[in-house]
Design a protein around this ligand. Structure first.
Ligand code: B12
Length: 216
């Protein structure tokens, strides 16, 4: 099937969303998903992530309100939750991964996507989501013994929380592999360097990182 122009789909989705036309917005992205003109990865990384980025810019320039931002963000999350039920996992990999945001990090949309993209290729992903207390993250890892933990940091506000989370995980499980992603992690690679963790930018890099682990 011919693919679709992701930029065009993203702009159409955003126009509908900002005008409050939520059903039209949802159809704009789910119709091509159902007909396989778009896959889950393209929807998440090629449409919804750029839309969120643009919403951030519009908000930053005071062209839209926080209410508009919230509306689009919640719509994105509805789309993410429905989209995963419309696709069939391919399998191929195995292993368990825990995904969380460190304390003070509320931006959890990327991890929602990542959990589904990992599940789509066979991993069992435990999505803990926004601002997870360090003590509870460690206790969760103690219980499920994942092969790796992925942390997302969007804003520099969460660097202290990330530092505490990595230190506590290392303390409890010295062999545990930890990867980080998100705007802050990729913009300031020194943060990951200092903490001794790997930066993964997207699902492809994450799968590469996890696969390298299981072949050791
Ligand atoms: C939605 C949003 C919010 C929502 C988040 C709701 C939620 N449940 O997630 C709310 C309203 C809570 C919020 C709050 C704030 N936000 Co905000 N927010 C955004 C916005 C518009 C979109 C973020 C998003 O959902 N992106 C979609 C995801 C899918 O994309 P992504 O996060 O870029 O991640 C991609 C990659 O980085 C990667 N990735 C991300 N994490 C990981 C992890 C791993 C392991 C891997 C492999 C990959 C990976 O995958 C994604 C797909 O490619 C951004 C704009 C932007 N440019 O990011 C601002 C933005 C991040 N926010 C910003 C700010 C300033 C704030 C606040 C401080 C505002 C305030 N004054 O209160 C607070 C801070 C809250 C906190 N303590 O965390 C700034 C940050 C600026 C900076 N210094 O870095 C941004 C950039 C807006 C802007 N242009 O100024 N925000």
């Amino acid at each position: 099937l011919p693919g679709v122009d992701l930029t065009v789909v993203a702009q159409r989705y955003l126009d509908h969303a900002l005008a409050g036309r939520d059903s039209e917005a949802v159809r704009t992205v789910l119709d091509p998903l159902v007909t396989h003109a778009l896959n889950l990865n393209e929807l998440y990384e090629g449409v919804l992530a750029p839309v969120a980025e643009q919403v951030g810019e519009l908000w930053h320039r005071s062209e839209i309100s926080v209410a508009d931002e919230h509306f689009v963000t919640l719509l994105n999350q509805r789309v993410i939750a429905v989209a995963v039920t419309l696709t069939t996992p391919r399998g191929g990999h195995e292993g368990e991964v825990v995904l969380a945001c460190p304390p003070d990090e509320l931006h959890d949309t990327a991890l929602r996507m990542l959990s589904h993209l990992l599940a789509a290729v066979g991993y069992k992903a435990h999505l803990l989501g926004a601002s997870t207390p360090v003590r509870d993250l460690v206790a969760y890892v103690d219980r499920v013994r994942p092969g790796a933990v992925g942390l997302s940091v969007a804003s520099p506000l969460a660097i202290p929380g990330l530092t505490r989370a990595v230190a506590a995980l290392r303390d409890a499980h010295p062999e545990l592999r930890i990867f980080v992603g998100g705007r802050c992690a990729t913009r300031y690679p020194a943060v990951a360097d200092v903490l001794g963790v790997t930066v993964c930018r997207d699902i492809a890099e994450t799968v590469g990182f996890l696969a390298a682990q299981s072949s050791r």
